[in-house]
Design a protein around this ligand. Structure first.
Ligand SMILES: [Zn+2]
Ligand SMILES: [Zn+2]
Length: 345
């Protein structure tokens, strides 16, 4: 059973994976896993994953859907090597001066396409929309479990960004705690709201769309922008224009434009940065809390272009070599016309 342990100084929880304790040499072997070989996420290999949790199967020809068989667009399976376990209770305990609890959580994989060669960027917007619906359905299902306070959806694309399989997929982790980066954002947004009685994200959207210098793209429901103080070069956020605290509560018609906003950003990034590895996360309100006026859900896109080293790891203080006004300009001016991408320059 994995364990959650809390740092008593800054209050940060970490997952200690007791089941898969690694020896020093294991860390070096891992980097070879991604290349080639058998792919359990491919069409026809459905029996090679743990039994599916959910799938979209539009081509059933009216028959009864058969689980763990081909015919799907998007498929959700439990992670074969979960960071957290679904069974049991939290059993919060003191360990002397320290705090611990059982590593309870859900860890699922969302396989975004049956096609091994496709990427999220290359999928038609309609298929990206299916992936987003799947995210929403999984959050709505998992939030019924009162043990879970937070559901994080994230994507590691490319080996350097942490992907261990190259077949396009995202992951979901349901947690019994609120992760510290999200907590910091929520607290900051709450303070701003107490002071100004306005949502800080709504204010950012208003000011940035007027100024324009950090805007990457826009559609009727979403704005894509480089934040004023990004940690990483080409860090880019996608925000809903209308205030909404939780991703899963977004109104249905918005998913079409969210899919388009994601596709636009990924194609632009592929073009400007020559298919970079990246992480993408959805930041949303804690799942057991009602809608609120201070927090505003959004997507953070972080290409992996630099390595963080001693200074960043030791301080949480980032050195970003690319001003956001420049990264936004590059992305804004990049064409989205043809998803068959020829690297430039
Ligand atoms: Zn595959
Ligand atoms: Zn807002």
């Amino acid at each position: 059973m994995p364990e959650l342990r809390k740092d008593p100084i800054v209050g940060r929880w970490v997952i200690i994976s007791t089941d898969r304790a690694k020896r020093p040499t294991d860390f070096f072997r891992e980097q070879f896993r991604i290349k080639g070989g058998f792919c359990p996420f491919c069409y026809g290999n459905e029996h090679k994953t743990p039994p599916e949790v959910q799938a979209y199967r539009p081509n059933n020809n009216g028959g009864t859907p058969q689980r763990d068989t081909p015919g799907w667009n998007v498929r959700v399976v439990p992670n074969k090597f979960p960071a957290l376990g679904i069974e049991g209770d939290l059993s919060r305990q003191a360990d002397g001066m320290f705090d611990r609890m059982n590593g309870i959580g859900a860890h699922e994989v969302i396989i975004e396409t049956p096609d091994h060669t496709a990427t999220l960027a290359s999928l038609p917007a309609k298929r990206i929309e299916d992936v987003l619906w799947t995210f929403r359905d999984r959050i709505l299902d998992l939030k019924k479990d009162r043990r879970f306070k937070y559901v994080l959806i994230f994507k590691n694309h490319g080996e350097a960004a942490g992907a261990t399989l190259e077949h396009a997929h995202s992951q979901l982790i349901a947690l019994p705690i609120i992760p510290i980066y999200v907590q910091e954002e929520i607290e900051g947004a709450k303070q701003y709201f107490i002071y100004k009685e306005r949502c800080v994200f709504c204010d950012i959207i208003r000011q940035e769309t007027e100024a324009g210098s950090r805007i990457v793209a826009e559609n009727p429901d979403f704005v894509t922008l480089a934040p004023y103080a990004p940690r990483f070069p080409f860090e880019t956020w996608i925000l809903p224009k209308r205030h909404e605290s939780a991703f899963e509560n977004s109104s249905s018609p918005m998913f079409e434009n969210l899919a388009k906003a994601i596709k636009t950003l990924l194609i632009k990034a592929d073009r400007v940065l020559d298919h970079p590895p990246y992480n993408l996360v959805i930041h949303s309100s804690p799942v057991q809390e009602p809608n609120n006026d201070h927090y505003h859900w959004h997507i953070e896109f972080m290409p992996k272009l630099t390595k963080t080293a001693g200074f960043e790891r030791g301080t949480g203080f980032h050195i970003n070599p690319t001003p956001p006004e420049e990264s936004a300009k590059f992305l804004r001016e990049a064409s989205v016309e043809d998803p068959v991408i020829v690297p430039i320059g």
